[in-house]
Structure formats: C-alpha cells, structure tokens
Design a protein around this ligand. Structure first.
Ligand SMILES: C[S@@+](CC[C@H](N)C(=O)[O-])C[C@H]1O[C@@H](n2cnc3c(N)ncnc32)[C@H](O)[C@@H]1O
Length: 570
C-alpha cells in the first residue's frame, strides 16, 4: 500500500512551491520510487472526473468505510486502468475492499464510456481530457515546444528543409494542440513576432536529433527570446549594431546565445571578408551555472562570446577599459520565477463525494479515519533545487512578500549598475515573474535614479521597438491584486500610459502558449540628460551574489534603498 499512502501524503501536503515533479523527486521518507508516485498521480488526475463518477455510482465509499475518497480514487484507477492492477499484495485489506466491488466498478466504467459514445479506452481518455478542458475554460491553451534556429550554425530555411522536413506548416498555434487519440502529427508554426523561432507540438523530442546535438537549434521559450530581440532587433546588415555587449546574469546561456545568433545574422549580410570583432561579455555569479553557460556557448559556436565565470555583475567596474566599447547590456537577474509554467502544478482532483455523516459521532469517525491514513506515510514533499540548466535559479518560486521586496531591490541595483557603463546606449531588463514589484515596480524605481536622470535614460517606446515586438499586444500593468479568495502581493505603480505601453508582458493561460514574462528596454537620450554628476557608486563586494544553494539575495542596505522610492501605493 506504500505507493497509495505515499501518493496521498504528497498530494495532500501543504504547497511549498516548486513544480510537482521536483517536489516528489526531492521528497523525504518515500517507500516507493518517485517515478511510480509521479506516474500514478498524474495519470489518475487525467481520469479523476470519470473515476469520481464511477465510485459515486457504485456506492463503495458507504460500504467500505476504511477508504477515503482520494485513496479510493487512486486504487480504483489502478484496478481499472493499470496493466498490473493494484500494486499491493492480494491479501491487503484495502485492495480487497476495492476488488470486492470489481464487477460493479467495471460495469460503471463501461457505462461512462458508452455514454460518451467511445468505442475504446483511448477514445474515452481523449474525450475526458476534452471534457475537462472545456469545463475549466482551458480548451484554448496550447503549450508548444518552442525551437530557436541558431544563425551562427544554420538558417531557418536550411532547418525547414532538414530537421523539420517532415513537418506540415500550420497557420496558428491552436493547430498544434495534441489530440491524445492519436500520435501527434508533425506540425510546425513559424512565429510571427520573433525571427527564426518555430513552435511544434509539445511532445516533439529533439534531444537526439543532429541539429540539437550540433547546436543548430536551441530549445528556448518564445518569451525568453524577447530580451535579445528587443536589444538587437531589426538592425540590418546595412546598419548593423555597433559596439560590444554585456549579458550580466547569463547562465545557462539562452539569451547570450540568442544575442550571438542575432549578431551573426547581421554580420552575414556585411561585406565579405570584413570580419567583425564585436564582443559579448557574458557572466554569471554562480561558478557552477557558469560552467553550463560555457558549454552552451561552445555548442552554439558563439565565438564572439567571452564567458567570465563566477563574475558578479555588480562587482564589474564600468570604467574598466575592456568595457569601453560596450553599448548594449542585457540583464535578466534572479527573480521569483512566478511566471514559470509548472510551478505549483500539484494536480487538483475531483473526488467522489465523501460518505454523509449521520450526526456528530460519525463525523468524529471520519476525522479519525483521515488521521489514521495520514500516519500510514511519513513522506513529505521536498523543496526542489534548481538545475544549472534552468533559466531561473530560484528553486521554489514561493511568494513571501519580504523576499519579493529583497529581490526587487537587487534587480533594481543590477539595472542601475548597467546604466552607469560610460558608452552604453541600450539596456534591457527582464524577469520570468508575474509580480508588479519585480517588473513595472523596478522600472519605476530605475527611472527615478540619479544615474538615469543624469545620463538621460528613458524607456524604449513601443513605436521604437523591433517590428515583431511592436505588434505584440500584451503590455505593462499599473496594478496587481490577488484574485478573489486568494492571497498574494498587491500594489500599484506610478507610471504613465506611454511607459506602461513600453513594457512588454506575457501571461500564462492565454492562447499565446507562454508563461509569465516581463521585459523593458531603456535607451539613452542625450536631450534628457541633466548632466548633474552622479555620486560615486557604492562598491559592492564580489560575493554579494551567493553561490548556488544559498539565498540569491543580499539583505544589506535594503532599508536605505526603500526610503527614496515611492513607486508602490500600498
Ligand atoms: C534568470 S537566470 C538567467 C537566465 C539566462 N539569462 C538565460 O537566458 O539562460 C538568473 C541568473 O543570474 C545570476 N545572477 C544573479 N545575480 C547575479 C549577479 N549579481 N551577477 C551575475 N550573475 C547573477 C544567477 O546565478 C542566475 O544564473
């Protein structure tokens, strides 16, 4: 019974953030393999509505008082749908409690299938998934696999005729939705906003394809491609980007290699033989994650990139002569990761109705039964650790307000530091967070800094953005409030409509197939510069950014910073 008791314990434990899978894999005191628990819980979640219906109609909860609704659902799932049936010895009392009613349960399952007009279990499964998606309003969701073509090694045209040769081109993301009745047909959608980006059905696996192994294609979400495109955008071979670049928070390297790919495309059209010596300085404060960055840069063939392993961006001296030609900086610092799909994705089950109590006595009995069930397992979900290949390094995605405030202070400090590079003209700031305090809040704060005013930094307006992003409609927001009945950060920000329109957002759960993301671009406008000199910047120590495994936020000096910023109204 360990599989079922441990699964119940994991499913009913209070949420500690992080993806469901990583919580299982880092759980303590499991008596069965995490893979077994993950397989059972995710499969049973697909069938929950039908299993609840079958259990209710068969009335077994009233007859078998030892079974709780969730335990019954998991056991009945395996009885009806697992190849080997219930995974316990045949003599176990709870297995017997379910198997005693096998004929009745099977009959109810068959009736449920026939009622939906399905001839096979596969058709039934597809129908149930459709039914559930319609019921919870997610029928229009498509989360595809996004694939970026690396212009250093290949071109989109070349990939369309090789890696994607067998793929049929479709005209909308919705056409990529997988119908679980049959194996997904290879289909491909060319993204209209980001050049050289395609989407394919989620199940597509490229990890063993030559194009992936040779760094010709890179698996990178669409929103994660916004920052590099916003920075280097539509500059053409005739007027290619001038100057060097810095990616200050770069591991595992998706945006660095995207910058390199965009530069390579601009260079390709330039006069032959004229080799560019443009540099991209790419760094990460984490030594371990820097190794992944170095590997990814090598695989992408990005010779223009110099990796500064373990380098804290805040400790970089803007006056260092190595950086005197730096004109553009991309900053994608650590954030809460609240926009990442898969955070806190614990399956929510529709359960069979519990047995009605007949007065206070039987209520007491039910409580006792649940308590007994809880002590059957000592399993506790773990706090997941971020892998070096995760774009965001904050592992659990929890939204403690104090932590968000600290994160936003560090984020603002990082962007402020970028604005102080003497020849910088363009800077982008991005997060994969949905929270105002880490996004528009940081922007408001930055625009009010002495360095922004003295040097004439302002937001890159929507009408100045690269063509593909100008057409992107999701823009900055002025206010954040938790949904009714939920708790979470709230606040508002004092930015003009033009400034909010300059900020780019994406959200989980709409038809765009993305997670939550934010990016804003800053440009230096000499006409706005006050010229009032900025005071000597505060020196930051090299180890302000902690190594992996530790808090990525330093709390020092936070109070001083909060004083001169009045961005949030509550
Ligand atoms: C969101 S991830 C970056 C993802 C990366 N831009 C990509 O696209 O693959 C944030 C990274 O910033 C690094 N980081 C945080 N603070 C830093 C600092 N002060 N200097 C350099 N790196 C920092 C973290 O170690 C982490 O790897």
């Amino acid at each position: 019974m360990s599989l079922y008791f441990d699964s119940v314990a994991i499913l009913t434990a209070p949420s500690s953030g992080g993806s469901f899978k990583s919580r299982i894999y880092s759980a303590r005191n499991l008596r069965v393999s995490p893979a077994q628990i993950y397989a059972l819980t995710t499969e049973a979640a697909k069938w929950d509505t039908v299993l609840a219906e079958v259990i209710d109609k068969s009335g077994i909860l009233a007859l078998e008082r030892k079974l709780s609704p969730l335990l019954a659902l998991l056991l009945v799932h395996d009885l009806l749908l697992a190849k080997k049936g219930i995974a316990t010895p045949a003599t176990h009392t709870l297995r017997q409690a379910v198997e005693r009613h096998k004929a009745r349960l099977k009959a109810e399952f068959t009736k449920a299938r026939v009622r939906r007009g399905c001839a096979t279990v596969e058709q039934f499964k597809a129908a149930v998934i459709r039914e559930k998606r319609l019921a919870d309003g997610t029928s229009h969701f498509v989360y595809p696999r996004w694939v970026r073509v690396n212009n250093i090694r290949t071109t989109l045209e070349e990939q369309l005729s090789t890696t994607f040769k067998a793929y049929r081109r479709v005209e909308s993301l919705a056409e990529l939705a997988t119908d679980e009745e049959r194996k997904p047909e290879p289909r491909l959608f060319i993204d209209p906003n980001i050049p050289d980006l395609v989407a394919v059905p989620f199940g597509a696996d490229f990890t063993s394809s030559p194009a992936y192994k040779n760094g010709e294609i890179i698996l990178q979400d669409k929103a994660s491609c916004f920052p590099a495109y916003l920075l280097l955008g539509d500059w053409g071979p005739a007027d290619a980007w001038e100057g060097d670049l810095i990616d200050g928070c770069a591991a595992p390297g998706n945006k660095t290699t995207h910058l390199a790919s965009l530069l390579a495309k601009q260079q390709k059209g330039k006069s032959k033989g004229k080799k560019s010596n443009q540099m991209i300085y790419s760094m990460d404060a984490s030594t371990m994650r820097s190794k992944t960055l170095q590997k990814m840069v090598g695989l992408a063939g990005a010779d223009s990139v110099t990796v500064l392993q373990g380098q804290d961006f805040l400790a970089l001296d803007p006056e260092d002569e190595r950086f005197e030609d730096v004109t553009g900086l991309l900053l994608d610092p650590s954030c809460s990761g609240s926009g990442i799909i898969g955070r806190d994705d614990v399956p929510q089950f529709t359960l069979p109705a519990p047995v009605q109590s007949k007065g206070p006595k039987s209520h007491g009995k039910k409580r006792k039964r649940e308590d007994e069930e809880a002590v059957e397992s000592k399993a506790t979900p773990g706090i997941p650790q971020a892998a070096p290949t995760d774009e965001n390094d904050i592992a659990d995605g929890t939204i403690d307000p104090e932590r968000l405030t600290k994160l936003s202070s560090i984020q603002a400090r990082i962007v402020e530091h970028a604005l102080s590079f003497p020849n910088a003209t363009h800077v982008t700031y991005s997060t994969c967070s949905i929270h105002l305090i880490e996004n528009e809040g940081v922007v408001a704060r930055i625009l009010n800094t002495p360095v922004a005013k003295e040097r004439g930094w302002r937001l890159l307006r929507r009408d100045e953005q690269p063509e593909g992003l100008r057409r992107w409609s999701k823009r900055g927001v002025r206010e954040e409030r938790p949904a009714e009945g939920e708790t979470g950060p709230s606040g508002s920000v004092d930015l003009s409509d033009e400034a909010l329109n300059a900020c780019i957002r994406s959200w989980q759960g709409d038809a765009e197939g993305l997670g939550g993301f934010f990016v804003a671009g800053f440009v230096r406008d000499p006409a706005l510069a006050t010229g009032v000199p900025v005071q000597e910047p505060v020196k930051h120590s090299d180890n302000e950014m902690a190594e992996e495994g530790e808090e990525a936020v330093s709390a020092e000096d936070e109070d001083d910073e909060e004083e001169d910023w009045g961005g949030f109204s509550d």
